[in-house]
Design a protein around this ligand. Sequence first.
Ligand code: FMN
Length: 162
Amino acid sequence: MFVQTVYESKITGNFGPLALLALQKSAVIRNQEKGITSFLYHDEKRIFHVVEGDPDVLQDTLGRIGTSAQHDDIKVRASLRCKKRSFPRWYFGATNADDPHFRRVFRALKKPAFFNLDVVEAIQILQIVASRKRRAVKMDQFSIKVRNFNLSKEPRGLLAVR
Ligand SMILES: Cc1cc2nc3c(=O)[nH]c(=O)nc-3n(C[C@H](O)[C@H](O)[C@H](O)COP(=O)(O)O)c2cc1C
């Protein structure tokens, strides 16, 4: 049995591609170790994040997420027990309105603004986006990417956001 928690929060500062990459770098490794899976959507102001895993471990992760200065006004929109994860292959997937996969799916479904959707619908859309992204990045390539996040030498771009 897993727990899936969905929260929304307000971005406090810069949450551009480099900030997201830096976040991904730490979260992917930690989530992989703890068996947490997650998928995030954000615009310039807000974050919508689905986090799922074993109840005890998840509590820990949510605690860490809650203490981050990168966002505030965190509101849990849903927290439920589930037998299957919605994002079983994603330790820390992310998308936004600039992502061509997201744009294509969202435009085709003719939905109102993402943050106006109900939680179930929002998760379904992110699942479609995630499956499209996997078509472009196969799982074996993805795990190579995860290992790459573990390099002791950081990609140069990350230095800029420290
Ligand atoms: C939007 C957001 C999502 C996060 N997701 C995860 C996560 O999935 N797993 C995790 O271990 N930490 C997660 N974190 C926590 C960060 O990895 C990091 O521990 C936290 O930002 C504390 O660093 P800071 O004090 O420099 O902000 C998240 C933080 C933010 C802002």
